[in-house]
Ligand binder design. Structure first.
Ligand code: GAR
Length: 201
């Protein structure tokens, strides 16, 4: 049974999808901690309901970015997780943190990477006028949203879509894609080969 640590900053609907997939036996893992940088995150309530311990590393309470990163790193090491899951964690992780867990950290991004990295990916997609959008689950490396891709799901973009319409349509797919990718990891079926992720049968 794998140990999963989740990092989330806000609403936590992807975190909930992971909690539900664990509860129903789809992901062979235990979620050992929720780590959040935001004391007001709704993800904290979700953890409470699921009996998952919460560690708040409040960015605003640290004198420097370095001090925050050290506290975060310590909390992550303490979790002794097999996999660190970024479920709407809205801060860029420093390279020391990223390098501490090579091949052991995954992120979900609401765009078909490598298009539309960073913040407001769905807004970027609408403004650009793309006809297809989606979400990407990928391993985290030193680059911004650039690590090896595990899986992607796509959705159509309608002519009169606003940012929120598209975000809702993508989010439905996120809730399918993220648990699926985490399940594959927990079943030891993912292999990183250069930029590619091979999925073993
Ligand atoms: C999700 O759409 C996720 O893909 C996105 O934030 C949202 C979090 O929602 N993440 C990023 O944009 C990361 N750059 P949630 O808190 O309900 O899971």
């Amino acid at each position: 049974m794998k140990r999963i640590a989740v990092l989330a900053s806000g609403r936590g609907s992807n975190f909930q999808a992971v909690i539900d997939a664990i509860a129903s036996g789809k992901i062979p893992a235990a979620c050992v901690v929720l780590i959040t940088d935001n004391p007001g995150a709704y993800a904290i309530e979700r953890a409470g309901k699921a009996g998952i311990p919460v560690k708040i590393i409040d960015f605003a309470s640290f004198p420097t970015r370095e001090a925050y990163e050290q506290a975060l790193l310590a909390a992550m090491e303490e979790a002794r997780a097999d996999l660190y899951v970024l479920a709407g964690y809205m801060r860029i992780l420093g390279s020391e943190v990223v390098r501490a867990f090579p091949g052991k950290m995954v992120n979900i991004h609401p765009a078909l990477l490598p298009s539309f990295t960073g913040l407001h990916a769905q807004r970027q997609a609408v403004l650009h006028g793309v006809k297809v959008a989606g979400c990407t689950v990928h391993f985290v490396d030193d680059s911004l949203d650039g690590g090896p891709i595990i899986l992607q799901k796509c959705v159509p973009v309608m002519d009169d879509d606003g940012e929120d319409d598209l975000a809702d349509r993508i989010l439905e797919q996120e809730h399918i894609a993220f648990p699926e990718a985490i399940r594959l990891f927990c079943e030891n079926r993912l292999e990183i080969v250069g930029r590619k992720v091979r999925v073993r049968k």
